[in-house]
Design a protein around this ligand. Structure first.
Ligand SMILES: Nc1ncnc2c1ncn2[C@@H]1O[C@H](COP(=O)(O)OP(=O)(O)OP(=O)(O)O)[C@@H](O)[C@H]1O
Ligand SMILES: [Mg+2]
Length: 312
């Protein structure tokens, strides 16, 4: 049996197969059976001729499979630090293109949750999938970033002595080729991409200024811009507006709303006015688990949530 025939004959899971585009021919060489009339018996509703397991096909990119509309599946996660359960049987799902806010009192496990998704902390049990097929618990931190998950930490980490433009240039290159890139010429496409991101983060007029001269808020946006250079499909943002002025907060709200849709954005934030200004769906964490989930009004009127916040 030729490998393809074998794959056809043994393929049983319809969802794991894709159609293989082969040139069609009506001719059956002499002495051979016409396979179109003797397709292997299969109880799936899909035709089996010309199909193979998708893992046999070359993969151009490691795009997560979000065909069910979900980009992040976290199930029954548990993490203990010295016997203390920071994350306790937590399950959470984020949809493709969603803007999700996560709130909860200090120590609820919000940052630890992001640490698990980005590979910084490994859970004791449970599962974490990016799309349906990328098992995050099997990937290293850089592999997770490469798969399309970007994370913004609370403290901005821009290269202060480099210009805004150069910071974005460095972020595009990734760390390895960074130094060489600064001395090389950008192609037109790369230039356009940086211009596009400068527009999104509204730092076009500051492109030639050293990042160290920016305001706190502008540095935060620059760092978001640096993440965008890697085209993440999921962006995790931890306390983005801490220390910002009212005007900077408004701009950040617009920015995050703009970024959702094309990609999914998860925002952890304590400032309730800010959360209200961007929230579609809010998840309340408490003692390492989901306490409530819904619209801002729904969770704010949930007696369990009120009790947790009053108890602070
Ligand atoms: N590396 C660690 N070692 C020991 N304990 C930790 C570690 N990381 C987190 N914790 C504990 O786990 C709990 C959850 O912490 P986490 O930082 O996730 O909370 P949080 O919801 O982000 O809180 P905050 O709103 O204050 O940022 C806390 O009690 C914290 O002290
Ligand atoms: Mg935190």
């Amino acid at each position: 049996m030729k490998p393809l025939d074998h794959a056809v004959a043994t393929a049983t899971k319809p969802e794991s197969r894709v159609e293989l585009k082969l040139p069609l021919t009506n001719e059956t060489p002499a002495g051979q059976t016409d396979r179109s009339t003797t397709a292997p018996v299969d109880d799936s509703p899909y035709p089996v001729v010309g199909q193979v397991y998708d893992f046999m096909l070359p993969r151009a990119a490691r795009e997560p499979d979000t065909s069910h509309g979900v980009i992040l599946y976290l199930e029954n996660l548990t993490v203990s630090f010295d016997g203390f359960r920071a994350i306790d049987d937590l399950s959470l799902y984020i949809d493709r293109g969603e803007l999700r806010c996560i709130i909860g009192p200090n120590g609820a496990g919000k940052t630890t949750l992001m640490d698990i998704v980005t590979g910084k902390t490994r859970p004791d049990s449970g599962s974490a999938f990016f799309g349906r097929t990328v098992d995050l618990l099997r990937l290293s931190e850089p592999e997770i970033a490469q798969a399309g998950i970007g994370r913004k930490f609370q403290k901005p980490t821009v290269f202060e002595q480099h210009t805004v433009f150069e910071n974005l240039e460095l972020a595009m290159a990734g760390e390895r080729r960074a130094w060489r890139l600064l001395t090389a010429k950008l192609n037109g496409e790369q230039h356009d991409r940086i211009d596009e991101v400068l527009d999104i983060i509204r730092l076009g007029e500051n492109r030639a200024r050293p990042a160290g001269a920016l305001s706190h808020g502008q540095k935060q946006w620059l760092e978001i811009g640096m993440l965008l250079m890697q085209n993440p499909l999921l962006l995790l943002v931890d306390e983005p507006v801490a220390g910002m002025t009212g005007e900077e907060m408004e701009h950040t709200a617009e920015l995050l709303k703009h970024l959702a849709g094309e990609r999914s954005v998860v925002v952890v934030e304590h400032d309730m006015d800010f959360v209200r200004s961007i929230a579609e769906k809010v998840t309340v964490l408490h003692q390492g688990a989901v306490l409530a989930e819904g619209s801002m009004d729904e969770v704010q009127n949930d007696p369990r949530v009120v009790e947790v916040y009053l108890g602070e």
